[in-house]
Ligand binder design. Structure first.
Ligand code: FAD
Length: 884
């Protein structure tokens, strides 16, 4: 096709090599008539005099598979020529308007397309734009880590191009770029044809263009040391991230329910990517595994601003991460079956799904000794490589100028050196800043370059001067887990945002950076909703910070007072009530819950596949859990967390993990109740909320909760709780015995009380050894959490105190009762034994299961030791109770 005559499409071409006769596409894809005659267009073949650079052997046609959308399409050949088959030619919708081909739909390519779309064009000059990408999704790479932490859904960070471009005139072609044949470096005589060149796609399709944008990014360079390509996984694309996620899940499932062996993940490289992965994975593994992070340098993230590095070091040091600094990995291999050092190899070989890997570490620093590490999974974050060198035609290599890293050298205008119609941006391009420093391969650079590339295309097409690109460093951000991040803004010297604030700020910035208004809004709403639901828990938790449940009284902690700092902040710092380590109240009425643990949002639990959501349940709220692959009707466990009625929440990490585990093992639906906490909301507020949660479950969420509607077997409802939660479970069961309290057909199949919080004014069993201070403390704390009470004679905390209480307690409408105690639960063990004795003695008509004692552990140990032998035993006991 000849050059479009319009002057706007033809910038003055610099002097350069003359177009070689053999390759000169005088009418490279046929004559102008080709466009006018669809039959000709579709049956186009190469003439003998035309270079066969556009032809492929006909056998290759059988595997062509390109797709277009909208007006754009392909001219499919019909020739049956056996020797040289014609190539399908991408058919531009308009014969006159300039044709812009963008290769790669990442931060560079997609945002250039959107920028071109947003500019105001003279009506006859608006270019037709085709965007080619091998994938059907744009990937917001900086948030790939959040797929591992479960914070984002795939659609949020990897929307489909067709969705993003549906309201634009940009055509999307899913195909792989195979070969680049630019022709804009040839010097032409005036009037000679001047297309920008052609691109060959993997499917065989050829796209002829006037303007080209190269934005193919970079891919992980993995074939670096022996074994790295076979055994290590990269983490640079959506597919790679999903592969890592599925490998993690596989390891977690394999270990699920066992206390050993620990999952070992090795991360090679501690630049940004390695540090972010180490932080994310270590947070996910918690105490179920270890991250081994290896870096050739003796520092992490050497190019990061000091503030970010300091925050990252702090976070990494606080996690289960072993750092191997000053080492390089020289080889990765599979542990041999005979290698005794790898206990899991034999297991895994039986399973056939994974073997331990061995990493040989060589010292990169003097004084260090070589090491050998074991890992179940190796993630490789070192090095990347540009695609461009491979796309150069073998008969004319290096037509496109490349630097030593294979990136395309560009002018400041982002035009490829010597190629006025080709722009290159993003990771596959090389541009130096005025100080001579190569711009980093970051989304920030690609994003800003896209803006300039769009503008400069507009300028070139409209014969205006092109602008030199100037990178504006806005700062750097890194994620360090679900609630942690480090952000350094370049425009505020020395400021580093960290922790939850940094995390929220990073998410906000990324939300604003999402492509298209529509997607931005969708993601914004989605994240806001998730955050709002999470906040429901956080608000309560912010007030009622999560703490371990009571420690034995009488130890030194009972005399502990609130921190001097907290006291100093209070205008009236006299402590009127101290319930260490949970809470203290000042004379002013201010309540202080020192310290605190982060809440975890509901969502999919990567380890078990259990899904959860927070939802309003009448006047209360609940976190509901559904086991993976739930089919048919399954039991419902209504659960009440502990915390002395003053702290705790379903969103507390320990409680949330516990529920995920219980639900996965038992195959039941979990309904974990958010209840109001004392002293702001004294009892019976918590009892009322608990009752609302049970009523809600028993009415299938007022007939509107799909998980309950589909799966809840209301003839198998269980009440369960730990410590104060067990007290609540018992009192809820008592309330359920009132006639008509629960809808017809709802049966309370069981009541499970773990380390229940009951007390009384008379010592029972081994409590005889308690000093008077213990009884006084129990009395004070009970009075602190309840609005009106007679003290320790209150049947709500002393369920067998008198005949009425005994009758009510023994009359609970639960078919079975299970009581669990802990050997070292100094304060409450005797009350568990007592409850078990008394309920039987007072004529409980149901089935009282044998008491279950966990040996060598204390009160509510299982929230921190879920994977311990005793934790698993306790959980299995409860599961058996539910499944019976
Ligand atoms: C895990 C991770 C985290 C990151 N975090 C940050 C961060 O926090 N901040 C930051 O600034 N940068 C970050 N980066 C870097 C940033 O993502 C890249 O610099 C940026 O994506 C580069 O944009 P690009 O358009 O050049 O390439 P890409 O975004 O990689 O896009 C290239 C596109 O080209 C397509 N493509 C490649 N080859 C072909 C082919 N042969 N045919 C057709 N299509 C092809 C790909 O499918 C892809 O869609 C991160 C990168 C990764 C991998």
């Amino acid at each position: 096709m000849s050059c479009r005559a319009s002057p706007w499409s033809r910038p003055s071409l610099p002097a350069g090599p003359r177009f070689p006769t053999s390759a000169r596409p005088r009418f490279p894809l046929g004559s102008r008539n080709l466009w006018r005659n669809p039959i000709l267009k579709n049956s186009w073949t190469l003439g003998a005099g035309v270079s066969n650079m556009f032809a492929l052997p006909s056998r290759l046609f059988s595997c062509m598979a390109s797709s277009g959308s909208g007006d754009g399409g392909f001219a499919r050949p019909t020739s049956t020529d056996e020797a040289v088959a014609p190539l399908p030619l991408y058919s531009w919708p308009d014969k006159q308007r300039p044709r812009v081909c963008i290769l790669g739909g990442g931060f560079g390519g997609l945002y250039t397309a959107l920028r071109l779309e947003s500019l105001v064009w003279p009506s006859d000059k608006k270019p037709q734009v085709v965007l080619v990408d091998q994938s059907d999704r744009f990937v917001f790479k900086p948030m790939l880590y959040e797929l591992l932490s479960g914070e984002v859904d795939v659609w949020e960070i990897a929307p489909y191009f067709t969705e993003l471009l549906k309201n634009t005139s940009v055509q999307f072609v899913r195909d792989s770029v195979k070969l680049l044949r630019p022709s804009d470096h040839f010097r032409r005589e005036p009037g000679e044809p001047c297309t920008g060149g052609v691109v060959h796609l993997e499917s065989g399709t050829v796209i002829e263009y006037d303007w080209l944008v190269l934005a193919l990014g970079a891919e992980a360079k993995i074939d670096v040391v022996p074994g790295s390509a076979e055994y290590a996984l990269p983490f640079t694309t959506l597919d790679e991230a999903l592969r890592v996620e599925s490998k993690m899940k596989m390891l977690e499932r394999k270990r699920f329910g066992k206390s050993t062996p620990a999952i070992e993940v090795a991360i090679v490289g501690l630049g940004y990517s390695g540090v972010e992965l180490a932080a994310t994975i270590s947070e996910r593994l918690k105490n179920t595994g270890t991250v081994k992070a290896i870096n050739v340098q003796t520092t992490i993230c050497p190019t990061a601003p000091q503030g970010n590095r300091d925050v990252a070091v702090k976070v990494l040091e606080s996690r289960n991460i072993q750092l191997f600094l000053g080492y390089f990995v020289s080889c990765i291999k599979e542990a041999s079956a005979s290698d005794d050092s790898s206990s899991t190899v034999t297991d895994s070989e039986v399973d056939g799904d994974h073997n331990k890997l061995i990493l040989d570490l060589q010292p990169a620093e003097r004084g260090l000794k070589g090491q050998t590490l074991e890992a179940d999974l190796v993630l490789w974050t070192v090095g990347s490589t540009s695609q461009i060198p491979r796309l150069q035609p073998p008969d004319a290599p290096n037509v496109i100028p490349l630097n030593g890293r294979g990136q395309v050298e560009t002018e400041e205008t982002l035009q490829v050196k010597g190629h006025p119609r080709t722009f290159a941006i993003g990771d596959s391009a090389a541009l130096r800043d005025p100080s001579g420093k190569l711009l980093p391969a970051t989304a920030q650079v690609a994003f800003q370059q896209a803006d300039f590339a769009g503008w400069n295309l507009w300028a070139a097409i409209n014969d205006r001067p092109l602008l030199p690109f100037r990178f504006q460093n806005l700062g750097e951000m890194m994620t360090l887990g679900r609630n942690d991040a480090a952000i350094t803004a370049s425009f505020i010297d020395g400021l580093t945002l960290e922790g939850p604030l940094g995390h929220a700020a990073r998410k906000l910035v990324y939300c604003l950076r999402m492509p298209t208004d529509e997607h931005r809004v969708k993601v914004g709403i989605s994240w806001f909703t998730k955050t709002a639901i999470d906040s429901l828990a956080s608000v309560q938790n912010a007030v009622a910070n999560s703490f371990p449940l009571p420690t034995p009284m009488g130890d030194d902690s009972t005399t502990n007072h609130s921190s001097p700092a907290a006291a100093a902040m209070d205008p009236d710092s006299e402590v009127v009530f101290d319930f260490p380590p949970y809470i203290c109240q000042y004379k002013s009425g201010r309540v202080h819950r020192p310290g605190g643990a982060p809440t975890v949002p509901a969502g999919t639990d990567p380890a078990t596949g259990v899904v959860s959501k927070d939802i309003r349940a009448g006047p209360a709220s609940v976190r509901v859990y559904l086991p993976p692959g739930a089919t048919g009707k399954i039991p419902v466990v209504v659960y009440f967390h502990g915390g002395g009625f003053v702290v705790g929440s379903p969103a507390r990490p320990g409680t949330h993990n516990y529920l995920n585990d219980l639900v996965a093992r038992s195959g039941a639906i979990g309904v974990s109740a958010y209840y109001r906490l004392a002293p702001e909301h004294k009892l019976p507020a918590a009892y009322d909320d608990a009752w609302a949660a049970l009523r809600w479950a028993a009415t299938l969420g007022d007939g509107a909760e799909p998980w309950l509607l589909d799966h809840a077997d209301l003839s198998r409802v269980f009440l369960a709780g730990c410590s104060a939660g067990a007290n609540i479970a018992h009192n809820t069961a008592v309330r359920a015995s009132a006639p008509g309290a629960l809808p017809d057909g709802v049966a309370l199949r069981g009541l499970a009380l773990v380390h229940p919080y009951f007390t009384g004014s008379e010592a029972v069993g081994g409590e005889a050894g308690f000093g008077p201070e213990i009884r006084g403390f129990m009395d004070r704390t009970w009075r602190f959490v309840v609005s009106e009470t007679v003290g320790l004679g209150d049947p709500r905390v002393n369920p067998f105190v008198d005949d009425t209480a005994r009758k009510a307690s023994a009359g609970i409408p639960c078919e079975r009762v299970l009581v669990c105690i802990a050997e070292n639960d100094f304060l409450l063990k005797e009350r568990g034994l007592w409850y078990h004795r008394e309920i039987k003695a007072n004529g409980y008509a149901g089935e009282l299961e044998e008491i279950f004692e966990s040996k060598g552990v204390g009160h509510a140990f299982h929230f921190d030791m879920l994977d311990s032998e005793q934790g698993v035993e306790l959980q299995e006991r409860l599961v058996a109770f539910i499944k019976k």
